[in-house]
Structure formats: structure tokens, C-alpha cells
Design a protein around this ligand. Sequence first.
Ligand SMILES: [Zn+2]
Length: 1004
Amino acid sequence: MMKKIFFTLIFSIFVLFAFGQNEQPYFQQEVNYDIEVTLDDKSHTLKGVTKIEYINNSPDDLESIYFHLWANAYKNQKTAFAKQQVQNGSTKFFFAKDNEKGSYTQISFEVNGQKVDWTYDEEHIDIALVKLNQKLRPQQSIQFRIPFEIKIPKYFSRMGHEGQAYYISQWFPKPAVYDRDGWHPMPYLDMGEFYAEFGKFDVKITLPEDYVVAATGQLQTESEKKFLDRKVRETNRYINEKYPRGSDRTLPLLEKDTFPNTNLPNKTIRYTAENIHDFAWFADKRFFVQKGKVAIGENNNVFTWSFFNKKEFHLWLNATKYLEQAVQFYSQKVGEYPYPHVTAVSNPYGALGAMEYPMITLVDRMFSANNLDVVIAHEVGHNWFQGILGFNERDYTWLDEGINSYYERLYEKNFYPDLKEQPLLEFLQEDGEIDLMELLKSSMQKENTHQAISTPVNEMTEMNYGIGSYDRTADIMGLYLTPHKMKGFFNQWKFKHPQPSDFIKYFDLENDKAFNDLIYTEKKVDYKIVSVSKSGGYRLKINNKNGIAVPFKISMIAGDQIRTQNVEGFVGEKTIQIPPHSEGLTFDKFIIDKDREIPDFNRKNNTIRTSGLLKKVEPFRLKFLGGVQNPTKTTMYWLPALGWNNYDKTMLGVVLHNNDLAAKNFEFAVAPMYGTASKNIVGTGVVKYNFFPESSLFQRVTLSMHGKRYSSRYDWRNKFYDDFTKLTPKLEFVFRKKRMVSSVEHKVSFRYVNISKNEGFTTIDNPTDVQRRKNNYYVNELKYTFNDSKVTSPLKLEFTAHQGEGFVRLFSNYKQFIPYRKGGKGATIRGFLGWLPQLDNPPALVGFTLGGITNEVSTRDYMFDENLLGRTQDLGIFSQQYFNRDARLRTLANQGSSEEWMLGLGVSSTIPGPLPIRPYFDAAIYKGFDFDKFKEATIFSYSGGVAIVGIPDAIEIYIPFFESKDITDSFLYETDRNTLFKRISFLIDLNALQRVGKETIRFY
Ligand SMILES: [Zn+2]
């Protein structure tokens, strides 16, 4: 529960300690349902009655029963579901219109024919506590009668509708589980699954007669069976018509899939089922239907059904085959499938996800048929791991997702030995390189952003949920799960609620420290070969600092011969004696875990050669463009560099970097170039060293050196160039978040900026003799950044101090985005406050300005942070490049500067509709020189207009419509900038562009 995180943590720890000493005998409640429901497809409502027989098999008297009313999750922004959506960066539900939300509009509870009192949970409107008039004694049962009405929300999560397509799951009032640990009430979540009691279901659904329905349970209505068979025949005819013999069946249909505008009388169809804990159904008039049959053990009649839409018609042509394959595979590996059918339904309104329910699964849009097959297999697999073995998915996601992912891998290996998970990025990979999933897992552990696999779901980041519960657990299951033993576990626990302790006990893992560390701690595995020496064979010194003692293998390579030795897991340092090669050969190298069976997160230190100077350094290679880390090689990437500015003109060179998408300590990217006009060697580069200290105040500490050198002016009369060289050592501290799911980040950085200007000049005496002088200065910068990335109100606040010869400059920037609709629509507010406590003959123009423009004499960009096309242009298009500075008036005013203080405020907002246009208004107040009165004064300036936005904050054009008089009166305005076109400015912020690029890459 979200109620108190602290409470949840304590509770989890308690549960952890309770393992193995749970003296209470196992019991399980029985809950049998009889549901009648009517779908109204005009008002999108469900109206019905749920009758429940609740049998108390526990040894306890029950005074009240917790119910889940999960349709209420879609009622408002305060539900646990709504909050989690925001936490995970989605504003879709946050900006839902009222008529798109949903909830129970009516519900009441009767027990044994009498009304009972009930209340909503104080915090969660989707949990109810029903008070019984009389205690329910052990072995007694009661009958609930619960009339209800639900307004179906738009499709945001598992229950919803898109037009007249209905996805009805987690919909009926359902008692929470009462087990050995007590009650398990839980609010509905999108990320985080379920736990429910087993029982019998009898469900009658009434809806217009042309709806095609796919549901959990065995269909009992003869007329509906005939209706479905007719749909199957129609589908087959349609396939033959659209894909005649010899045509390419991998091509999509590309046809509109509109809802038939029919208005037919209702039909009632009935389903029954036993030994299940949930019931879902999906209804759409447009469904195509295919049907197959598969024999499972004694049962020759397990039916396979697929229901799909035109959008993905071509992918679903063989879906019943995939179902057949999956249900047979799991039946052989784990235990026989006990249900009468297995069904898959396509959902064209979701992307790349899927959700399992007993006997039936709903699958989002997929990118290929193979991909669909593997996803169907995974979801079918959940019939075993959660459907039949009724794990508490919410509290122990790793149990169902981890074990199921382990079997999904076996399935994939069996049917698609060559299938790559991310075909889009396949070009980046080559043999020997780790795949993207491995890369993510190792990068997260390198950066210490991984969480313990057992972390409660409401404290887990989306990344950790997706990677920890699924993939990392599947790795662990690969080490500890013996498949034949799983059959025994399955038979012992089928149709029950096994807890982690039951699993651990059955697989003899109670005393396996390594297994428990892998699941319950944030510890990592990183075996490292420290050294190799020759003495009676070889002595290998291996270190596993603070790690987990997972057993591993050492491979010994002698030419093309490989020997393998098993090693007991250990923590700390250990010397392993390797006997000499039996045929007297010398071993060339030793590799720890060559076949990647253990979850070693850092494979870069797993290899050592027996000879050579640099035994631990991997062979070097140079590769074009970029790639995915290859742990057996040291790779440098190269690509051609092309640049342009108004002085160097076209710049040509090469980019050298080591960005292979993995988090690493040492990073570099340098781009030396040749300026074709200046004939100068120019370019930019950065070298970084990242520290990722474990369990410290800091998440990351980075020491870096940045360099930059470009021409900055061309004297066309005397034909010489000015240039500048900038060198910046920098130290950055990123603080560890208090809670991993927090959207707030704190950062402190210090940098020393050294600028060396190399300028040409002539004297009046000797106007043709160009002499050169160097102009050096430094600036120290200390900066604190507060960044809250919460999607509903992202906010950034910076406090900066600059100190150089003769000046101290203090300033603060504030930026907040206030969205008013999904899809990036909203208003941006920016603020600035600056003060110069000391100013005494500084080396550059460090006063505050209304905005950033270029200038003949010197740019206001005294730190040379900006990438300007014409750094010292007064005139022409390149003088119209604007950069974000100080008060940020989006105007080309060189008017307005202060050597004391300045305050700025700017607002811009998107407009409704698709046009990328943002009206803006910027204002500033500052102490400056008033040219009218010819004296110091407090001046108010403003500018307003319209921005055309290419990429927000990176590529924008500003058209000013009105400006304050001090700006329009200024000398620059009157002489050079008196037409609207000349007052248009543009922003091209390469630093911001790079950030956007980086975030995109990180997203993958
Ligand atoms: Zn799953």
C-alpha cells in the first residue's frame, strides 16, 4: 500500500524475517462468483449484480472483509494509479477530461440478504471495508449481493474503452486476499499487479448481439458458439480474399477499421470457470476470429482462439499457432494446462505491452510476428506463473515475472535462436558484443541506480521494475531454478498462493546466501582477475570486492582449446591454483564466466592474458560511428566531423569518442577540425572521469576537462583572424536521491574557465603591419542546480557565482513549465536575478544584459560557453543569433546593461492546435544608464512577440511585435534594426540539442 512508505518498508522487512518461521498452517479462502452484467455501448456503462459466496477457511473470526473496487482508480487525480502515472512521467490520465474518467457510479453491499455498512479506505477510494453484521466464523460461509454500476473510463490502463472497443478487466467488486499474513488490500496500479482468491465463476454478459466477445471461462451459450464459428468462417474467407495464394502475407492491410454503425437488440452469453482468481472480457464488433485445437495430456480439446483487428491483421494470421506452441511448451516444462481454452486478443490502442488474465491475454501493437509470438508465449506462461501458482504479484513481482521470463527465454531459445530483441538497433551490434538489455543492467549497476529486486513496487522506478523484476530475476533463475524441480513445486502449489518463503524452501535456498543477496539486497557481482603468475601451473588472484558469492567458471584458453574449472563463490580476494595443461600446452588467457551465466555486471575485468606487458588491457580496435560495448575489446569510435562558423567557414575533421552506450568511468569525445578559411586548427573536446561511489552522499562525482578553440573574428581589411582557446577543468557532484522514485535532483559543480584570446591588431603608425597579442583571463564558477522533473510541473533553479580578476557576479535562473494539456502544451515561466557585489576593471564585459546578442567589440558570452555562428558580428544574419542570457529578453537590444543588479521575468505559452507557435512576453528591471536623462536610473524594459519553435529551447525564432521605448530609442535600433525582419532573432543552441540527443539515447 502507498499509505506510509515507511510502514511498507518495515512491513517488508518483517515479512523477510518471518521467512522460514511461519508456524501457521497454510489455509486459503474460497470465493465463488455469480455475476450478471449489461454493457450499454451508448453511455459506456456496465450495470449488474455480483453475487459472491465467501468461505472462511482461515482459523480466524472475520468481522469485516476488504473489497477492491478498482474501477474507482480512474475517478480522479488522487488515486494511487493517477499518482503513479505522474511519477512514471505520463500526463495522459492527469489531463483526462471528466467525461473520459470512470468509476463506480453506484454500489451497495448485502450480506445474507441484509444491508451492511461499508466505508471507503481513508486513503484509497478503490478499496472498501465491508463490515459484517455477524462475525464470520472459521469454516462458515456468507453470501454477498452487490448491485453495481460502472462508468467505463477511456482506455488509460487495463480497463477502458476506445469508442465501441471494450477492454473489461479488474472491473467487478472483488474481495482482497486473506492469508497467513493477514489482509492484502491494495489500490489499483498500472505498474504493479494483483493478488486474488481462487474460486468458481459464473458470468452472464448482456450486450448488443453483433459484439464479438473474448473472455476468461468456458462459453456455455450455444447460439454464441455458432456466432463465433460464423466469425471464424468469415475471417478465413477474408484472409483468402486479401491474401490469395502466393501473395506476401507479411504485408499489412492498410484499411480503415471503423466501427459498424449498428443498433441491434441485446444477447446474453454465459461463461463458467473453476480454479481461477480473475475474470476478464473484451468486446468489439470488428474482431476477426481464428480458432484451433491442441491436445494437452489427456485433454484433446484445449481450444486456441485469437481475436484481432485490421490494423495488425498480417501479424496475427498465425496467432493460434503461437498459442498452441506456447501452451504445449509450458505444459511440458512445468505442468499440464488445466483450462478449456487459451486465447489472445489484439489491442490496437496500446503499444509494446500485454497483460495476462486466466485463459486470456490482451496484447498491444507489436512490431513483428516473431515479436508477437514471444509476447503471446510470455502472457500464456502467466497462466502457470500467477494464474495457477497464485503468487502475490504486487508484493513479489519478481516471483511471477522473473520465473515466467526465465521460461520465456527458454521458449525464445527453442523457437527463435537468432531473434534479436531490438531489431532497430541491430546495426550497432556485432558478435561478442553484449545486447542492449545486458548493457542497461550493467550500466544501472555501475551507476548504482539499480534497486534490490525485492523492493516494493511503489518504491521502484519504472526502469527497475522493468529490468529487475523481469530480466535480472530471470538471470538468477537461470542459476538456481532446476526445471524438473519446478514440476514438483507446481504440483504441490497449483491453485494456491505460494509465498517467496515457500519457493525458497522448496528449492533448498534458505541457507544460500548468494541467492538471498541477489534477491533481497543491492549488492552486485563483480569478479575481477587481479593477477596471474606461473608456479606449478598458474596462480590466479581473483577479487570480488563487497560482492555476492555466486559460484562461477574459469575458462582456460590454450590456442583453440578451452578447459573449464568450477569455482566456489567467495567474497574478498582469493588465489585459485590452476594445474598445468595436461598436454604441456601453455594457456594464453583466462576468462571468468566466458558464457555469461552469472550476473557479473562488469565484464571488462574478467579476462587476463598470461604474457605480454599489458595483460589486462583488451585488444584495441577502431570502429566507425558508434556501437554497443564489447567487453573483450577496447574500442574507439570515429566519424567525420563537419562544422561551420562565419570565420573558420567550413570546418573538416574527425570525431573520436568512446561512447558505447555503457556507463563508464572514463569517457572522452574530441573533434579536432581544420578551418578551411582560417587555415587554423580548431575544434572541441571533453575528457571525463566519473566516480560512482557506493552508499555515499553522492550518486556521481565527475572530474572533467573541456577544451574549445575557434576563430572569433576576421579583419577583412588586413586579412587576419582572431581566435580563442578555452580550457575548463570541472568538478561536478550529483547528490543521491533520498528516494529513488523522487523526481528531484540536486547538483553542485565547480569549474575554472581559462580563456586565451589571440588577437591581431595594427597601429596607426603602421597600419599594414599586423601584430598579435594574447589576452588571458580566468573565471571561477560555483553552481548549485535544483531540478524537479515531475511531469506535471517541471522546475529548474540555479544559483551561480562567478569570480574573476576584479569582479564577483552572483545570479540565479529559474524556469518552470506549467502544462495545461498533454503533449507538451503549457506555459513556461522564466526568472532571473543578478547582483554584482564587486566590479573593478574586469577582463571582459561581465555586466548584466537584457539578452544575448553578438557584438563587434566583444561578446557578452565572456565564458565562451555558447556556440555562435558569428561571435563578433554586428550586422547581417549572424548578428541575429540570440543566446539565452541574464534577463533573457528575446530581443536584439544591445541597449540595457547593468553593472549593479537586474531582475528579469519572462512568460511564453503554447497555443491550442498544431502550430509550433508560442507568444511570449519578457520584462526586466535594472539599475542602468538612462540615455534620455543621461544619468543612472532604475529602468524598466520589455519585449513581446511570437516564437516559432523547432525544437524547444534548442531551435527557435523570435519575432518581436512590441518593445519598450528604451529599446526602440536606442542607437542600434534606429540605425540598423529598424525593420521587423532585422529585428527577428534566432536561437540555435547546440548544447541544448546535444542534451536532447543524449536523453533520446538514454531512453532506448
Ligand atoms: Zn509478465
